[in-house]
Every structure is written in structure tokens, then in C-alpha cells.
Design a protein around this ligand. Structure first.
Ligand SMILES: Nc1nc2c(ncn2[C@@H]2O[C@H](COP(=O)(O)OP(=O)(O)O)[C@@H](O)[C@H]2O)c(=O)[nH]1
Ligand SMILES: [Mg+2]
Length: 225
């Protein structure tokens, strides 16, 4: 069995994808990690597909748009003992993968926290940094008892065998909230570790108000459904 499957959700990520794959392959080699990279192409119209097919990766095409849809298709293909989630947009440092795998020896889930690491100036929009994320974090604490330093990290490691129990269904960006809430509701062990966050390459796919409300709605309903 492979040690790890790194799943990369891509909606037009031609600018960062090649560098992300190259870094991950180097990390695998330098650390003798037996890993696979799963590129989930979420209906990209740029050269994402061409770039992916230049590398030894598992290429998955998921036409149904949405961050959650992309991840669920990628998870379905993941053969590794562990799964690492990360955006291939130059914002996260995939050199941290060995640290995540090490922490996964004693935890079901490891979350990279941008709020306890170093965030490059301008990497996170003001509204997200000071309104959206603190608001979501507060709701996660009062509604679900999640005590975290940030609620919407895109750099996460999980033991693959716990994923079916999470019964993940959300289609859009609120998927990141769903992962955390279901982990807590199933009493899996969770560990946060500081990570650095850089200005992304390419353009952000996040839509502040639409995605903010999708997180909010999920958090309000997830206690009952
Ligand atoms: N928002 C969004 N992201 C998607 C979708 N499909 C794939 N993605 C990928 O999910 C990741 C997260 O989006 P991103 O714009 O980086 O959001 P941010 O990291 O929160 O600023 C990126 O790698 C996107 O390419 C989609 O339909 N919507
Ligand atoms: Mg991103």
C-alpha cells in the first residue's frame, strides 16, 4: 500500500500546477515516501489537463464544478494510507508533507494552520482574515465545540480509512467546514500545526459572499443533518 495520496483540486490552475507536482515528486524521492499524486481537473479550460498529463500523476476529470465535488472524486481514487489535501496554487508549501505524515502517526487528522504560521502580506483578503474566518471559527466553537486557530485551511492530512465515516456530501467551498465538523462529530483525533501561507499564483476561485454564506448555512444545518 502507498504511504500517501496527495489530492490536488484544480479549476484552471495552469500557473501553479507544474511547480506543485514537481515539489511533491521531489519530496517523495528525497524522503523515500511511496506516494501518488491525484490531480482532479474540475472542468478547467486552460492548460491544466495538458500540464497534468506531462507528469506521472493520476488524472481525474470531474465536470461537476465545486471544491467539494473535486475532492470527493479525488478521494474515491486515493490508494494511500494517508491523504493530503492541498491547493496547487503556490500558496501552500508541499515540503511540509513529511511533517504531516509524521504527525499522522499519532493523529487521525492534521490541519495546517495559516493563522498560527506566517502569512505573506496580501495572501488572504482583509475580509476573509478579519471577518469571514473569525466568524466561522466562532460558530465552529459554539455549535460544535471545535477549538481551533483557523476554520478553513486547505492544507489537511487524514488517515484514509476514516474518510468513509465522514460521509462527506457538500459540493462547494463549504466542504472545508464539513470535513472539520464531521471529524469532530465522529470523535476522530485532530492536531493543528503551523504552516506558512503565500500569495497564490493564478486567480482565486473563492467568491467571498457566496462562499461565506455556504459555510454559514452548512454550519447552521449540520447539527441536524
Ligand atoms: N472555489 C473553487 N475552487 C475549486 C473548484 N474546483 C476546484 N477548485 C480548486 O480548489 C482550490 C481552492 O480554491 P482557491 O481559489 O485557491 O481558494 P482559496 O485557497 O480559499 O483562496 C484551488 O486549487 C481551486 O483550483 C471550484 O469549483 N470552486
Ligand atoms: Mg488556494
Amino acid at each position: 500500500m502507498k504511504d500517501v495520496s496527495v489530492v490536488l483540486p484544480c479549476l484552471n490552475e495552469e500557473e501553479g500546477l507544474g511547480a506543485a507536482i514537481t515539489t511533491i515528486l521531489t519530496v517523495f524521492k528525497d524522503n523515500s515516501i511511496e506516494g501518488e499524486i491525484i490531480v482532479v481537473d474540475n472542468g478547467s479550460t486552460d492548460s491544466t489537463a495538458i500540464i497534468a498529463q506531462d507528469f506521472p500523476v493520476v488524472y481525474v476529470y470531474e465536470p461537476a464544478r465545486g471544491y467539494g465535488n473535486a475532492y470527493r472524486s479525488g478521494f474515491a481514487k486515493a490508494q494511500g494510507m494517508h491523504v493530503i489535501m492541498g491547493d496547487p496554487d503556490s500558496s501552500y508549501d508541499f515540503n511540509e508533507i513529511p511533517k504531516f505524515l509524521n504527525l499522522l502517526k499519532n493523529n487521525d487528522v492534521v490541519l495546517g494552520s495559516r493563522f498560527s504560521g506566517v502569512m505573506e502580506e496580501g495572501a488572504m483578503p482583509f475580509l476573509h482574515k478579519y471577518v469571514g474566518n473569525p466568524g466561522i471559527l466562532f460558530l465552529m466553537r459554539v455549535l460544535y465545540g471545535l477549538r481551533l486557530t483557523e476554520p478553513s485551511t486547505g492544507f489537511v492530512g487524514l488517515r484514509n480509512e476514516i474518510i468513509p465515516a465522514l460521509k462527506l456530501k457538500e459540493e462547494g467551498m463549504e466542504f472545508s467546514s464539513e470535513v472539520l465538523v464531521r471529524i469532530k462529530q465522529n470523535n476522530f483525533s485532530l492536531h493543528e500545526t503551523p504552516i506558512n501561507y503565500k500569495i497564490r499564483s493564478g486567480t482565486s476561485k473563492l467568491r467571498t459572499f457566496r462562499d461565506g454564506f455556504r459555510h454559514l448555512w452548512f454550519l447552521l444545518k449540520a447539527r441536524w443533518v
